[in-house]
Design a protein around this ligand. Structure first.
Ligand SMILES: Cc1cc2nc3c(=O)[nH]c(=O)nc-3n(C[C@H](O)[C@H](O)[C@H](O)COP(=O)(O)OP(=O)(O)OC[C@H]3O[C@@H](n4cnc5c(N)ncnc54)[C@H](O)[C@@H]3O)c2cc1C
Length: 533
């Protein structure tokens, strides 16, 4: 018999959270990670000599406060600070929008009195439905099961609990919920606002990691998905983890280890071992075999089932359906080392706006065109770029007087058309991204003294994110809640006994939340107690 209860494949932040909860509850846990560093997409690395940054995920809000408290992440070194301003949107005509506590309304009013009158009501609508999402984040969605038995009774109770949460909403709030789950962000924003920048502020959240037009049905949900977070108790706010996103993963790994979990890097899994319809361990890339009572996957579900689990171990309809799992968030990620802070034409001075998420996408039409262009050409020639300069809040990332910036660029094709490879176009597209910022902040290009560019292909190769999908699968209605990763498997249990999902491909989806890891651990503990008391 193995001396390991649980083998977790992947030390992404969700794998680490799952490990920590299981170890905390007395289980013997081993995590094996393919890369030489823990954290998956939530990682801090030196990308240019002397310059460190959160090289993939770059900003924090969705990380669940219950998980921070349960794992005592602050005791393990985690410190999160708020941005001094939330978002800064410069426009080509020299106007701008600057948001954040106490300043949003006045800034909106300078663009449109009408929008200033409407923004609080819309924010309240979003906040009310975001509260519903918050109530669902740390619980498994109702799972569809066939037949009648203990499991179907448990799921009926879960469905009742879900209905009860929804019953707390007024009828009008339920209508808004339906809108936000099904409609396009663009249509909803056009109905409420007239200023392009105000619409772009919300519309940007609808296309982050979502390779779609802001006018695509379902994009309003992605906007909502970016609104259910909080920083230090302030809802809807985004912040920075001192030391970068890797500091979050390091704190989680430290918590897991403190409870006895073992975490090994440079240990990729080549194959999940299946015996008599049960997952019983894995063969590593180095040929080593690790056996365990339970196997938990932190990797993208399509990667798990099309590359790691032998196909003949799975029901054919399952293999076919997971093969259709939609990946590809259409994002291009850059890290740049800067000799100086940028100066934006729309607000040239040094100020709080430089600690904000700086969104270069001045209208919904701009975002719509960006998507269309990327569909046809392979990338948008007028791309959407968010610039974040974490060194304005954290002096541990760059040499004194110099800075690091994340450029999160939307709307590049996950796979280039006409058989072209991202390896041949990465640098050209990276130049375009820098030129796009330069148009709003002259001198920016000259201040770049080092850069790292990650195409969708790089995100797949380096991080195991299939199609470069930052969420382990699109956040579309057919891949959410009870359908994530598939109807019948929303309870974190895979189609094989002993196999579980703890990554972003499970509810509630992508983002640095820790929630899938938490929820999977709960189910595994329940199953373990049912078997072993
Ligand atoms: C460019 C980018 C920007 C983002 N920005 C943000 C942001 O600012 N804020 C935010 O909240 N979210 C952001 N996200 C989304 C968020 O980072 C992810 O959804 C989340 O980190 C996923 O966590 P995870 O633990 O489920 O999976 P992952 O982080 O993907 O971890 C999975 C782990 O499994 C490992 N693995 C893969 N294959 C194997 C194998 N065969 N054997 C062993 N290990 C394996 C991987 O190396 C990885 O470490 C961003 C993501 C990306 C890529």
């Amino acid at each position: 018999m193995s001396d390991i209860d649980v083998l977790i494949i992947g030390a992404g932040h969700n794998g680490l959270v799952c490990a920590a909860y299981l170890a905390m509850n007395g289980m013997r846990v081993k995590v094996v990670e393919r890369r030489d560093v823990v954290g998956g997409a939530a990682v801090t690395q030196e990308f240019h000599p002397g310059f460190r940054n959160s090289v993939a995920a770059y900003t924090v809000s969705l990380l669940n406060p219950q998980i921070i408290a349960d794992l005592k992440l602050h005791d393990h070194g985690l410190r999160i600070v708020e941005r001094r301003a939330q978002n800064f949107l410069p426009a080509p005509d020299g106007s701008h929008l600057l948001t954040g506590e106490g300043r949003t309304r006045a800034s909106v009013a300078r663009l449109s009195q009408r929008d200033a009158g409407n923004i609080d009501a819309f924010t309240r609508e979003l906040e009310t439905i975001a509260d519903v999402l918050r109530a669902f984040v740390l619980r498994a969605p109702p799972n569809l099961v066939e037949g009648f038995g203990a499991n179907s009774i448990a799921e009926a109770l879960n469905a009742l609990g879900t209905a009860n949460i929804l019953r707390g909403l007024t009828l009008e709030q339920q209508r808004i919920l339906l809108d936000l789950f099904t409609r396009s962000a663009g249509d909803m924003l056009d109905e409420r606002f007239e200023s392009d920048l105000v619409k772009a502020l919300f519309g940007f959240d609808a296309i982050v990691g979502n390779y779609a037009s802001p006018y695509a049905a379902g994009s309003a949900y992605v906007m909502l998905h970016h609104a259910f977070g909080e920083v230090n108790g302030k809802k809807g706010v985004w912040g920075h983890a001192i030391g970068g996103m890797g500091a979050i993963s390091e704190a989680m790994a430290s918590a897991a280890r403190a409870h006895g979990a073992t975490i090994e890097t440079d240990r990729g899994v080549r194959e999940v071992i299946v015996e008599r319809d049960r997952a019983v361990g894995a063969i590593l890339d180095n040929g080593e075999t690790v056996r365990a009572k339970y196997v938990v996957s932190n990797v993208n579900p399509k990667l798990l089932y099309t590359r790691l689990v032998p196909p003949d171990a799975l029901p054919t309809p399952f293999v076919e359906r997971i093969g259709r799992w939609q990946n590809g968030s259409g994002t291009f990620r850059m890290n740049v080392a800067l000799s100086a802070l940028p100066s934006f034409t729309a607000l040239p001075d040094d100020g709080d706006h430089l600690s904000a998420g700086i969104i270069i996408a001045p209208s919904l039409d701009y975002m719509d065109r960006a998507w269309l262009d990327a569909r046809q050409h392979g990338w948008s020639r007028a791309p959407v770029v968010e610039v974040l300069i974490p060194s304005t809040l954290d002096d541990s990332l760059s040499p004194k007087g110099q800075h690091v910036a994340s450029l999160f660029c939307q709307h590049v094709a996950p796979q280039l058309p006409h058989g072209r490879s991202w390896d041949d176009y990465r640098e050209e597209v990276a130049d375009l991204m820098i030129a796009t910022v330069e148009a709003y902040a002259p001198g920016f290009a000259a201040s770049v003294i080092g850069r790292q560019a990650l195409s969708p292909l790089d995100l797949e190769r380096d991080f195991g994110l299939l199609g470069g999908d930052i969420f382990h699968g699109a956040l579309t209605l057919n891949q959410l809640f009870s359908a994530r990763p598939m109807l019948g498997h929303a309870d974190y249990r895979g189609p094989l006994k002993g196999l579980y999902h703890c990554g972003a491909g499970a509810h509630p989806g992508g983002g640095v939340t820790g929630a899938p890891g938490h929820n999977a651990a709960r189910v595994i503990l329940r199953d373990h107690r049912a078997l072993f008391g």
